[in-house]
Design a protein around this ligand. Structure first.
Ligand code: 4AD
Ligand code: MG
Length: 467
């Protein structure tokens, strides 16, 4: 072995705690260096212990330092929670202890000082308190776990689509058509006076509420596509389930009907769960034990992964709700949009898990959804999940030119901004379907976090815009 090998190991592998963890080469007694932030530091006159976290993994690394070996012992023993340090020392395997190893320090250097005003002291902080410090909360166990899982879920989604032959399409965030009907829009303007004809784009422009209309043309060319990006809705719904900026995944498939659409939705949810449970076992265990209310998160996800999702028509759901042995605050009538309480009942009491609702009344759904032969309902599906409500919403799209034009007229829509969309029905239009999955909604479901503001790095909600 050349002399270069140990240096390479120290620099490239041993630097992260994660690199040390499963590494057989990280032999008892090897000299290693790690850099990270102090979670705790306690000491007496002779010996001190630091719990060091470098962000590479969930596990803290225990650093032991002794007055005898460390010339700056006095300085180090005074360092407070939050300091960034570099530690070089001997790796000691500790199979009996909670951590698989510790580092017996020969050198500790202060990299970044931290004083006692640091808000993250060693105690449990409420999620509400942490929401006020979004720049520091990633340093807590809960948020470290949530954001690792968020990263893995995002990658899983790309992986699922790649493995299944989908192309990733980047739809625009600034758009000229606000007619999707998915929600209210934020206007994009460089003017103060609202004179959009003389504005930057020479017309009214807004932030996208959905990439669907822009991705459909690509499905009718590349077959299977998806878009995955930020989505903006100016709706004033201050709930634990709504954000004004959220990330949405919108697949669109040519030659695919509603049943095919639901099959993909179900496969995607199961794929994500499987990948997260395999890739983030420590984070998921933490979320199960400390975040989910009943500590049954992992059991619940494993159960979902191994069961078939139920399918109920909207009309059947109305019957279930009307005959329910509970009194709802909002009475149920055919034709209404369900309230949260109804969704909860359908998930928890009727389906006892995720459930597809299909065939909604046409008047409560978007113009582009395929009209069913009954003339009253559309081939739409919402996937409801316990604790989250609507996880995904999708539909088969109306591919019949005349029917679509008639629907747009009935809804008094401005056809001129959507001629291009109608073209897709004129030029080789085919049966096609798609759906939207809110990234933050599936994250709530997978992490057991009850408020959507806690699964996105910087939440945008009414009257709240922290940095
Ligand atoms: O049901 P939505 O509004 O559907 C669409 O936008 C369609 N264009 C999707 C499609 O067929 N391509 O939104 C889809 C999903 C919802 O099921 C939910 O998961 C999420 O997006 N979502 C939100 N997530 C967080 N905050 C909000 N305000 C959300 N609104 C919708
Ligand atoms: Mg919806």
């Amino acid at each position: 072995m050349s002399n270069a090998t140990p240096k390479l190991l120290i620099d490239e592998i041993y630097k992260s705690v994660k690199g040390l963890l499963p590494n057989e080469d990280a032999a008892d007694g090897a000299t290693v260096t790690v850099e990270g932030w102090m979670r705790t530091n306690r000491s007496n006159n002779n010996i001190g212990f630091i719990a060091l976290n470098d962000g590479s993994c969930f596990t803290n690394c225990q650093v032991v330092y002794e007055a005898e070996k460390l010339e700056n012992y006095a300085e180090i023993s005074k360092l407070l929670t939050g300091c960034a340090i570099s530690v070089t020392g001997k790796l000691i395997h500790t199979p009996e202890a909670k951590q698989p190893f510790e580092i017996n320090a020969s050198e500790i250097t202060l990299l970044g000082a931290c004083d006692s005003s640091y808000p993250l002291q060693k105690k449990r902080h409420s999620l509400e308190f942490l929401r006020e410090i979004p720049h520091l909360r990633p340093r807590t166990n809960t948020f470290m776990a949530v954001f690792k899982v968020r990263s893995i879920v995002s990658q899983s989604i790309h992986q699922f689509f790649r493995e299944n032959g989908f192309s990733y399409i980047h739809t625009p965030l600034i758009t000229g058509n606000d007619a999707e009907g998915a929600g209210e829009t934020f206007t994009v303007t460089t003017r103060e006076d609202g004179d959009y004809q003389n504005d930057f784009f020479g017309k009214h422009a807004c932030l996208t509420v959905s990439g669907q209309l822009h991705v459909e043309p690509f499905a009718l060319a590349l077959g299977k596509v998806y878009t995955f990006g930020p989505t903006f809705r100016a709706e004033n719904s201050n709930t634990p389930y709504h954000l004004n900026e959220f990330w949405m995944i919108e697949p669109e498939m040519a030659f695919c009907d509603l049943n095919g659409d639901m099959a993909v939705m179900e496969a995607l949810v199961k794929y994500i769960i499987k990948d997260v449970l395999e890739s983030c076992p420590d984070e998921m265990k933490f979320l199960n034990d400390f975040v989910s209310e009943k500590h049954d998160l992992i059991d619940k996800l494993e159960h979902v992964m191994n069961s078939d999702f139920k399918v109920i028509t909207y009309t059947e759901a109305v019957d279930y709700l009307k005959n329910a042995p509970v009194k709802f605050e909002n009475p149920v009538e055919w034709g209404m949009d369900f309230f949260k309480e109804h969704e909860v009942y359908l998930c928890d009491q009727v389906a006892k898990g995720p459930v597809f609702l299909i065939d909604f009344p046409k008047d409560i759904k978007a113009f582009y959804m395929k009209l069913n032969p009954d003339g009253k309902t559309v081939a739409a599906c919402d996937l409801l999940a316990p604790g989250v409500g609507e996880l995904m919403g999708g539909s088969q799209r109306e591919e019949n030119y005349d029917v679509l034009v008639k629907k747009m007229e009935d809804m008094h829509m401005d056809r001129s901004t959507l001629e291009w969309y109608l073209d897709l029905r004129k030029y080789g239009g085919v049966v096609h379907s798609g759906f939207g999955l809110g990234l933050e909604r599936i994250l709530m479901y997978i992490t057991g976090v009850a408020n959507i503001r806690d699964v996105i790095p910087y939440a945008r909600t009414p009257k709240s815009l922290k940095f």
